[in-house]
Structure formats: structure tokens, C-alpha cells
Ligand binder design. Structure first.
Ligand SMILES: Nc1ncnc2c1ncn2[C@@H]1O[C@H](COP(=O)(O)OP(=O)(O)O)[C@@H](O)[C@H]1O
Ligand SMILES: [Mg+2]
Length: 392
């Protein structure tokens, strides 16, 4: 659709209300990263990219890390500290100084509390940028906290985040609005173990191969491609390590195409980037698995723009925007699809907080569509400042 061609962005983010002195102060952005999910390190790597690129002349940056067990700490404003380097995965450590978001609607700011110390005010935060992936971050929980605290934030709200995180409900919502998804079945806790033969029959009905996935994970964690039904129990057990609810999906034969979507400005429709393509070249990867995503740069090619005929590009962009709208996403999302040999576009998933390092597909697709990484950060903050919390 031509209305979804990438647009140039020149709008300035709204400035924070002027302080009493009437000198406009910088917008204070709280970057929230790390977190309790299996994608902790990926989130930290994203923070490294944003810390490096965000325009310090416009924004005061308050980096807050969430430790793997859920503590919030004031984090180092040092991009190199949070990078993935030589296969080393960064990790937010407890510091004994907790950051507290007051659950009040008067936006008194974020407080740092040290044991026995008088609370130190970090000051008012204009907007929170949750750079979190996976459960307790991308799933609506943090978004709910921010709604309660009445703090503006980047990205999808509570419901869209939750729907985007849960591949089961995601499919129900997308299929319910006429979007094409692969056939699947859902296995709830204990069900497979109680009746393995019947479940194996059900799965056989999907045809082989199938993909066995935790319902609520990401970065391909816990996902197996199953070519032989004898491997099904082990694949289900592996997925259950990440989530008691498991999805088994029919394998789709097609190219893996991704499309970046940005929320619309001033009531306009969401905007879609030029699509990109994932080509897994490393023979040791049966699919786009965790290693291919983050650790084996040589084993995967991210090509952008994808080499697709214009009518398929238009179809991918249309499906991406409709998927974004179907779940009620806001701010940003990456919509991942398969394009089959006969040019059918099948939605694999929507990620409401896609990988966001400068090398990740989402920023790269925007870069190729005319929006640089620092400008993309500006645009996301502008969208967040424009949007109130609460019902909308
Ligand atoms: N139904 C499917 N058919 C073919 N490949 C699939 C299917 N589901 C997943 N995959 C492969 O597994 C990868 C990860 O699956 P995905 O559902 O995107 O999980 P995640 O949320 O962890 O990224 C995909 O990028 C793709 O390579
Ligand atoms: Mg994926």
C-alpha cells in the first residue's frame, strides 16, 4: 500500500514542560533494561546501543537495570559495559542501591534508596524507554506498572504487550481478524504427560516438521524443530523449561521476511519500513535459533531491503500494519512473516519490543527506509511523549 511507504521524519520530540526558571530543561529519559527473562543479556546489549546513540544534547539519560532476580538498580552509563563482546553476555548485578518507582499519580520521580540512607531523588522522569524483552518486560507487566505510576513510556501498552508475548493468544487475535497464521495446537501443563499417544496423533495431524515453542519466550529460546515424532517428548520438555504452556506449530516452508512498524503520528495509520530478510546460511542451524541470532554472525545474513517484487513488498507492509493494528500495538513493533513460494504471506509473530541494537533488524530496516538509529530513538520518544497514559 502506498500509504505505508516510509516517511521522512523531521518533527522534534515535544519538550518537557519548562521548569520554574522558564529555561526549558532536557527531556529526562529513563532507560530500563536487563530484566528477569532469558533475554536479559540481549536487553543489556540494546541498552549499550541506545546509550551510545541517544542525543545527549536533547535528553538527560537515567539508565536503570533490572537484575535477573528482579531488583531495580541505577546502572552504569557506559555502553561498553553492556555490550555482547567475544561471546560474553552482559548482566545487571545487584548494587545494594535500589531504585523505586513511586506508585503515585503525582509523578514525583524515581527514588534511589540505599539501606539506612535518606532517599535520594533522581528527579522527575518524563518518559521511560523499556528496552526489555520477554516476560516481565515485554509482556505488559512493566507497562502496567508505568500506567499505575502515570509515567509515559515508549511502545505498546498493557494488552498489546501481553498479546504480543503470548504466541497462543497472538494467534487467536490475528486469526480472529483474518490474518494468515500457521496451523498449531496448544499443550497446557501436564496434558502431554497424561496422554502422550493422543497428543502425538494431534501433532502428526499438523504434518512434519513441526516447531515446538514455549508460548511466552523469545530469541528462539526453548524452540525445537521436530522432524521425527520420536523427538516430540524431548522438544516439549525443552519448551516447558521456559514456559509451562507450549505451542506446536506446522512448519511453514518460505522465506523469513521481517517488517518494522512505527506508530502513526497525529492520528495517522502506522508506518511500515522496507522489509528485510533473514537467511540462515550456517549448516549447523536448522532454523533461526539463539546462536544464529546472537553468537554466530557468519551463520546468518540479514539482508535489507529484501529482494522481493514490489507487489510482495506492498503485501508484506500491509500485513505488517494490519498485524500491528490487530493487537493494538503502539510505538514500535517488528512483524515477522514467511513468504511462501506462491507468494502467500503468513504471519509468524509480532514483537512489541524487537531487538534494538544498532545492528538489529528493526533499526536497520528503518535505516534503509531513511530513518537513522538516533532519529528512530527521537521518533519513539516523541511518540511516547505525545501519548497519555490511561484509557486511549
Ligand atoms: N511455523 C514455523 N515454520 C518454519 N519455521 C519456524 C516456524 N516457527 C518458528 N520457526 C523458526 O524458528 C524461529 C524462531 O521462532 P519464533 O516463533 O519467531 O520465536 P521467537 O519469539 O523466539 O523469535 C523463526 O525465526 C524461524 O526460523
Ligand atoms: Mg521470532
Amino acid at each position: 500500500m502506498s500509504s505505508q511507504q516510509p516517511t521522512q521524519h523531521s518533527a522534534e520530540p515535544e519538550r518537557a514542560p519548562a521548569a520554574a526558571t522558564s529555561t526549558p530543561r532536557k527531556v529526562r529519559v529513563l532507560l530500563l533494561f536487563g530484566g528477569r527473562s532469558g533475554e536479559h543479556a540481549i536487553s543489556a546489549a540494546t541498552a549499550a546501543g541506545v546509550l551510545r546513540a541517544i542525543d545527549r544534547s536533547r535528553y538527560d539519560v537515567v539508565p536503570v537495570g533490572i537484575t535477573p532476580d528482579g531488583g531495580w538498580v541505577l546502572a552504569a552509563d557506559e555502553p561498553e559495559r553492556w555490550e555482547i563482546a567475544d561471546g560474553r553476555l552482559p548482566r545487571v548485578e545487584a548494587t545494594g542501591e535500589d531504585v523505586v518507582l513511586p506508585l503515585a499519580t503525582d509523578r514525583r520521580g524515581v527514588r534511589v534508596l540505599a539501606p539506612g540512607e535518606i532517599p535520594r531523588e533522581l528527579g522527575e522522569v518524563d518518559v521511560v524507554f523499556p528496552l526489555l524483552h520477554g516476560p516481565y518486560g515485554e509482556d505488559g507487566t512493566v507497562q502496567g506498572l508505568l500506567e499505575l505510576a502515570d509515567v509515559r513510556y515508549v511502545g505498546a501498552g498493557v494488552l498489546a504487550s501481553a498479546v504480543g508475548m503470548d504466541k497462543h493468544f497472538m494467534k487467536l487475535v490475528l486469526a480472529g481478524q483474518g490474518l494468515p497464521v500457521a496451523p498449531y495446537t496448544v499443550i497446557r501443563p501436564g496434558e502431554f504427560e497424561r496422554n502422550p499417544d493422543a497428543w502425538t496423533q494431534t501433532v502428526a495431524g499438523l504434518g512434519l516438521p513441526v516447531f515446538v515453542k514455549p508460548a511466552r519466550a523469545g530469541s528462539s529460546l526453548g524452540i525445537s524443530k521436530v522432524d521425527d515424532l520420536a523427538d516430540l517428548p524431548a522438544a516439549i520438555a525443552e519448551a516447558q523449561r521456559h514456559d509451562p504452556k507450549v505451542l506446536v506449530e506446522a512448519g511453514v516452508v518460505g522465506r523469513e521476511i521481517e517488517c518494522a512498524v512505527l506508530g502513526g503520528r497525529d492520528g495517522g495509520r502506522p508506518r511500515a519500513s522496507l522489509p528485510g530478510e533473514i537467511v540462515v546460511t550456517g549448516a549447523e542451524h536448522a532454523f533461526y535459533d539463539f546462536e544464529a541470532k546472537y553468537l554466530d554472525e557468519a551463520g546468518v545474513e540479514l539482508s535489507c531491503p529484501a529482494d522481493l517484487p514490489p507487489h510482495v513488498v506492498a503485501e508484506v507492509q500491509d500485513v505488517a500494519v494490519r498485524t500491528f493494528e490487530a493487537v493494538g500495538a503502539e510505538g514500535l513493533s517488528r512483524v515477522d512473516v514467511f513468504v511462501t513460494a506462491d507468494e502467500q504471506v503468513v504471519v509468524n509473530e509480532i514483537n512489541t519490543m524487537p531487538g534494538f541494537t544498532p545492528f538489529s533488524m528493526y533499526p536497520r530496516m528503518w535505516e534503509r527506509s531513511g530513518l537513522s538509529y538516533p532519529d528512530l530513538i527521537d521518533e519513539l520518544i516523541a511518540l511516547a511523549l505525545e501519548r497519555p497514559t490511561g484509557l486511549r
